[in-house]
Design a protein around this ligand. Structure first.
Ligand code: FAD
Length: 553
């Protein structure tokens, strides 16, 4: 690759190989891909030590995820890497859909109201992983072990023992909890005799990352049946370093080895970009894909996350984005269980919530795949008819599916949800961000974002600073599992006010912000309960319920 130099991380012989006593680890994470690394950072931020084992000594080879969605960026911001990603990546929120040689319509993914992060940025997965590794290396709670392949696992009721193979020999490592984040070909999954349920799609796609200076806008351009790739589809997207991602559907009969040869790839790209386009090939591969998942993500003390737990087609960018939401969901629960502040049964809600989210992702990505590559004459006729209509009729555009792009799951039926008032944000939904103003040390006021203030613990948002204080919500910050108070006041610096709703967006998002209305958020910033008026006992009970019934009363 000409635009990226792969880092090489050293293998450091662990004490177990030097005759040292192997400690029993609280949490072992198999896989230092984006999901394993994010899990380690999230747990470390909650004071949980963990060891991460990866069979490689660098970041993801070649071109994989490029689109990082707003919710994933919000999670990655909490983990300390989003700023670097946004700075390096390409921000976009609109796109264009083509059919044959016609441009059908443009779409815009802009959210209602002002948001800190854009709908998407495009950044090569290796950069994201590199930034996560840098962050992990700076955290004392994380031990990263490269060139360390997990070759066996013995799971018991109180943990698991992993057999680890390294350049200097093998050793056993025991842990109370294991997060299997070892990717789509998960060996932990195979070693535990588990399998996926779902569909394998019979289609092949060529990915070509090319380096070029081009006038295309920073948008997602999708083609159905374009003249340069008849009867198939194509996608064009800009990434960092003037690298452009081109996806060309090849069909099932294509020979993957033949199709990735430069002498086959270059003419295909010239047909797409025109004979005068000057480009260099950065990376090519041919892929096929699956939409499937494990039946359960929790197997006793072994928890599956990311591609090890579920796989989707790349249409919709739901793979890594979904995996990061697994981490967001899992880390706070596992941290509470490890600290013995919540029962192990809390982790069953990781299973039920993220299985529901995976099903949503699989459904969306399966539908997109069926629309993009129809497998019967009837589906093809429906698709082409829909596309013909879409040029003039907005209703038909709703039916065009070139990949419904990643959205965070709302855990409407979560067992952790509590009571709810009639508000746009329902229990189980992630908190929408909003611009706020708050006091900073020294007494000045600064503009910021709601999600920064929610942070990574329980937090209660109460409209009306005086009512928040008079009902005693400020005392919840002293609990063993603290609940931070965000009281929304009218005037900067008013008594008890912690945030000011700068332009009314916060009130619009939360039922008009009626005085006294109170919203309790979980540590993953999903709403767990809401009330017309704040009541300390009710808020505590909802927090305890969301912790699976607390153990440290
Ligand atoms: C063409 C393509 C485009 C994509 N585009 C997007 C996109 O735009 N947006 C998006 O969100 N997702 C996208 N994805 C999906 C995304 O790449 C994956 O979802 C993501 O990499 C999953 O991360 P992970 O950490 O779960 O697994 P991986 O990234 O596969 O990481 C697994 C890690 O485990 C290690 N490992 C494996 N076995 C062992 C073992 N036995 N012992 C120790 N370590 C082991 C591996 O070396 C690796 O480092 C795309 C995927 C493809 C193929």
């Amino acid at each position: 690759m000409q635009t990226y130099t792969f880092p090489s991380y050293d293998f450091i012989p662990p004490p177990e190989l030097n005759g040292g006593q192997s400690p029993r680890y609280r949490v072992a994470i198999v896989g230092a891909g984006p999901i394993g690394l994010a899990a380690a950072i999230d747990l470390a931020g909650r004071g949980i030590e963990c060891v991460v084992l990866d069979d490689d000594n660098t970041v993801s080879h070649g071109s994989r995820a490029i689109c990082w969605a707003k919710r994933a960026l919000e999670v990655l911001d909490r983990l300390g890497v989003a700023e670097r990603m946004v700075e390096k990546g390409v921000t976009w929120q609109s796109g264009k859909v083509h059919f044959g040689d016609r441009a059908l319509y443009r779409f815009d993914l802009a959210d209602d109201g002002r948001q800190r992060f854009p709908a998407f940025i495009n950044l090569q997965q290796y950069y994201t992983e590199e930034y996560l590794v840098d962050r992990a290396l700076a955290m004392a709670e994380i031990e990263l072990r490269w060139s360390s392949k997990v070759v066996d696992i013995e799971a018991t009721d109180d943990g698991a023992t992993l057999r680890v193979e390294t350049p200097d020999g093998s050793y056993d490592l025991a842990a109370d909890w294991v997060i299997a984040a070892d990717g789509a070909r998960s060996q932990v999954r195979r070693m535990m005799g588990l399998d996926f349920v779902g569909r394998v799609f019979e289609d092949r796609f060529l990915i070509a990352d090319v380096v070029m200076r081009a006038d295309f806008p920073k948008e997602r351009w999708f083609w159905f049946d374009p003249p340069f790739n008849p009867d198939q589809s194509a996608l064009l997207h800009m990434q960092a370093d003037n690298v452009w991602r081109i996806d060309l559907q090849l069909g099932w009969d294509a020979d993957p080895e033949e199709e990735r040869k430069p002498e086959k790839v270059v003419p295909r790209i010239e047909r797409m970009l025109g004979p005068d386009a000057a480009f260099d090939l950065e990376w090519t591969s041919v892929y096929t894909f699956q939409c499937r998942r494990l039946e359960k993500f929790r197997h006793g003390r072994v928890l599956f996350a990311g591609d090890a737990a579920h796989q989707v087609s790349p249409f919709g960018a739901r793979g890594a984005n979904g995996g990061l939401q697994d981490v967001d969901n899992l880390a706070w629960k596992l941290a509470l269980v490890v600290k013995q502040q919540a029962p192990e049964a809390l982790l069953d809600s990781y299973d039920s919530e993220r299985v529901q989210a995976a099903d949503e992702n699989i459904l969306n990505s399966t539908r997109a795949t069926d629309f993009i590559s129809p497998k019967s004459a009837a589906s093809r006729a429906f698709r082409d008819g829909t596309l013909d209509l879409a040029i003039d009729w907005p209703f038909a555009r709703e039916l065009v599916n070139s990949g419904r792009l990643s959205r965070p799951a709302t855990h409407t039926d979560s067992p952790l949800n509590g009571p709810a008032i009639d508000a746009a944000v329902r229990p189980g939904a992630p908190c929408p961000d909003a611009p706020i103003r708050s006091a900073v040390p020294g007494g000045d006021m600064a503009d910021g974002w709601l999600l920064d203030h929610l942070g990574g613990g329980f937090a209660v948002l109460c409209f009306g600073a005086e009512v928040a204080v008079s009902s005693g919500l400020d005392t919840l910050a002293d609990d063993a599992i603290p609940i931070a108070l965000l009281s929304v006041g009218a005037a900067p610096g008013g008594p008890g006010t912690s945030v000011v709703d700068i332009d009314g967006q916060l009130a619009r998002q939360f039922a008009g912000g009626a005085p006294g209305s109170t919203f309790l958020f979980r540590p993953d910033q999903h709403l767990c309960a809401s009330w017309d008026s704040g009541d300390v006992a009710a808020v505590r009970a909802a927090r305890d319920h969301a912790c699976g019934g607390r153990m440290d009363r």
